[in-house]
Ligand binder design. Structure first.
Ligand code: BGC
Length: 589
């Protein structure tokens, strides 16, 4: 599908057009705080009632692992671009072994009949078992020892009714398989296994965020939030059962303690009353598969950033009375809906920064994932503050392009050679990835595209910080910066206990084999805060974590931000599903 743009830039100078776009996509700290307050409200509305936009799904996982868990399980992971089948061996010493196979999920499968999709899932498990016969005996299901237990990671909104069942609420991320919504996802899968007479039993259902939380807790000994910043975005955290009023009639409520809640924060502010929507966001939403749903996710996640950027670029290509980009030429990549992948943005930014990062572990270090106290981002310059000679003096300021300098031979000649070199690298990426002829891309185009990518990604990372800050506030681990130093006061939505329970790091084992959250420390505002993350943006997009931390600092202050330990939830979906399967077996599935 192709799409056209309809933004009127008449009566504006090119510089004003750029200034306007910059203004629309720039988020000030006050707005971040306001959004966080709205986020907290939605969190509590969702904890109180079923059927709200932000679903706040109780996962029925009532503890976090501490690394001592053992067992061998099959795991199936559906949620993004690929489908994964794995065998996970939990060694009981915070380590695990994992063998996996990825299978492509075609658009046809994503949008066809649900039974066809679930048959494909079953076929994939079958193929995996043929090519990877179990190395170690899988943990037996007590009454049916020859049946293999499997944990399903299903990364879509599901109203979970127990550890091993849940109703699909809606599809996200480009999926729209028919006759699935309203059905129990575990039953859909089990029926597919049964149709093929496979000796596999799906015993547990888990969201990828819950998986991230559990797997990070397993490998690091403590974690309170699992978050995904990838194709989609979402977070799951440990909530006090007493603060989940909608569980009132459920036996889980009487037990008290803690439960992992899958927030489904991608649906925050679906009404768009607070989110800083631009015409580019509206264009994306209107033509998406799920208009008016997943509003927050559409500002943040990898599935959408490229598309927002594409809309901005198209508006400049089509600018009247004179095109402002690529001489008015558009390639198929920029014309086609979803044509511009978010990875192009990442490559553009890497080219600007001279970062060549192929190895994920290297990318991890460069991004500071896993590091605390990372030095903050450079302060952002505002359009009006840009001095003539400050234009790209060679550092990484996200400076708005100066049309006059970039449009004349003298202006270009006056650029710092280092900057020119960076722009030339970006230009090459554009020729290559956007499929332009070499002569169609100028240095000015490179500057504009790089700035656009930066604006869109920076906004995403700042908004991601809003979500993380809201969870810190909700759990009493931080306070709004404006409310006093280091959180001596708390937001009205949060009930602050005098002694705060922690991550499970000091927990004892409950009957389910997972650690009960029983440790207490003097003050929740002093502890380290474990956050397990996964997803391509947080792992690979230049400075995503750094900018997210900048956002956190502006909302809850640097003390709270520096206590946040962000670590990769390696293979979170597989390990999380295995841990849940273990819990299910212990509960006597
Ligand atoms: C889904 C979530 C999922 C997230 C990350 C969102 O689109 O609604 O359930 O956790 O993507 O994969």
């Amino acid at each position: 599908m192709t799409s056209t743009s309809s933004y009127s830039y008449l009566h504006k100078s090119p510089q004003d057009v750029l200034n306007d776009i910059d203004f629309q996509l720039t988020l000030e700290p006050a707005l971040l705080t306001k959004l966080t307050k709205a986020f907290l409200e939605e969190i509590n509305v969702g904890l109180g009632r079923y059927g709200e936009d932000m679903a706040m799904v109780p996962s029925f996982v009532t503890g976090v692992p501490d690394g001592s868990e053992v067992g061998t399980f099959l795991a199936l992971d559906l949620g993004g671009t690929n489908l994964r089948v794995c065998e996970v061996v939990l060694n009981g010493d915070k380590t695990f072994r994992l063998r996996q196979q990825k299978y492509k999920v075609s658009d046809q499968l994503k949008t066809g009949e649900a039974t066809v999709l679930f048959d494909y899932l079953a076929d994939s498990v079958d193929a995996f078992l043929t090519t990877h016969p179990p190395e170690s005996p899988t943990s037996p299901i007590s009454d049916v020892p020859d049946v293999l237990p499997l944990g399903l990671t299903f990364s879509f909104p599901v109203e979970q009714t127990a550890l091993g069942s849940g109703t699909i609420l809606t599809w996200t991320k480009g999926f729209s398989a028919k006759n699935a919504i309203g059905n129990d996802v575990v039953k859909l899968l089990q029926d597919a296994f049964d149709r093929k007479h496979m000796h596999v039993k799906c015993v547990a259902l888990v969201n990828d965020t819950v998986g991230a939380l559990l797997s990070r807790a397993y490998t690091s000994g403590g974690c309170m939030l699992g978050a995904i910043f990838g194709t989609g975005t979402n977070g799951a955290y440990l909530e006090e059962v007493a603060k989940i009023p909608k569980l009132a009639n459920n036996p889980a409520a009487t037990k008290g303690g803690y439960m992992v809640v899958n927030t489904e924060w991608g649906a925050f502010n679906n009404k768009r009353t607070h989110l800083p929507s631009t015409p580019f966001d509206s264009a994306l939403d209107r033509t998406s598969i799920n208009p008016r749903f997943q509003a927050f996710e559409k500002f943040i996640s990898g599935m959408y950033l490229g598309e927002i950027t594409r809309h901005i670029l198209l508006s400049l290509i089509d600018a009247a009375p004179r095109p402002m980009l690529f001489g008015g030429k558009a390639t198929k990549v920029v014309n086609d809906q979803w044509g511009l992948d978010t990875s192009v943005m990442s490559e553009v930014e890497e080219a600007w920064e001279m970062r060549v990062t192929v190895d994920p572990t290297v990318a991890k270090d460069l991004d500071g994932v896993g590091n605390i106290n990372e030095i903050g981002a450079e302060p952002r310059s505002f359009p009006g503050e840009i001095g003539e000679n400050l234009l790209w003096d060679g550092d990484d300021h996200d400076i708005l392009p100066r049309w006059d300098i970039l449009s004349t031979p003298e202006g270009l000649a006056s650029l710092n050679p280092k900057v020119k070199e960076k722009l030339e690298r970006v230009r090459k990426v554009l020729v290559n990835r956007l499929e332009y002829a070499d002569g169609d891309v100028e240095l000015r185009d490179a500057a504009i595209v790089r700035w656009t990518c930066h604006l869109v990604a920076r906004r995403a990372a700042l908004l991601s910080g809003v979500a993380v800050a809201a969870i810190l506030l909700q759990t009493g681990r931080a306070t709004f910066i404006q409310d006093g130093q280091n959180g001596q006061t708390v937001p009205s939505t949060t009930e602050e206990p005098t002694s705060k329970k922690v991550n499970g790091a000091n927990g004892t084992h409950d009957v389910n084999g997972l650690s009960k959250v029983t440790g207490t420390i003097k003050d929740g505002l002093e502890e380290k805060i474990g956050v397990g993350v996964d997803g391509s943006l947080i792992q690979f997009y230049p400075h995503f974590e750094r900018t997210m931390r900048e956002s956190l600092r502006s909302i809850v202050g640097s003390d709270a931000e520096s206590r946040v330990e962000i670590g990769l939830a390696k293979d979170g979906s597989g390990v999380g599903a295995a841990l849940c399967a273990l819990q299910a077996l212990k509960q006597g599935f």
